[in-house]
Design a protein. Sequence first.
Length: 239
Amino acid sequence: MSKDRPPGSSPRSNDARHPGADRSCARVSDLLDDFLTRGEAATSGEPASNDPAASVPARISLGEIMDALGDRAFGALLLILSIPNVLPVPGLSTATGVPMILLGAQMAAGRHGPWLPRRMLAASFDRKAFLGVIRRAKPWADRIERHLRPRMPALAGPAAERLLGLAVVVLAGILSLPIVFGNQPPALAIALIALGLMESDGAFVSAGLVAGLLAIVIVAAVLLGLGQAAIAVAQQLFG
């Protein structure tokens, strides 16, 4: 491994994937199964490679997550990063939200696959906690998958992906803010959009966009309430 490469990353982590990679990959349940199998093997001390001397860190890097997803495109990575905020796991909103802002911007720019800078790939999370939340999401993903199917292609195709990228930028930006109860709604919206992209399901993309609008309203209401409370406190203190 080269010295300037973050742990868990590989050269292909920074390479653009081929167009439509999400549409040719395994289904959502297979994605999560594969991701958990890789991560749990590492957690149990079983080397992911054939090198018995390979040590497994207690933390999982964003580069390692991208490598575990292989050649899948934006939808898979957005889903994995949004899940810890849907359930949620405290302290991960900014760490996962900022990369999603960049991913959304790349979608809007028409890039065919995700790319993240080396410094961002080196960002890491507690391995057991991260895998634990993915494991908790697995039964829900199995149920949701029954309703996923290719439909309304205009809303889930490459042309729509640019506009969806803009939506992801806005939602991930909100998710990244330290707002009480402000992380779950935008994360759920991003997860629905990601599921729609992975399965070419325009209905789920539409649901994600509607959920995104509701998330913006909810967060705006929370901010307004906090602002009014702060004004009221200030008036009480300073007359």
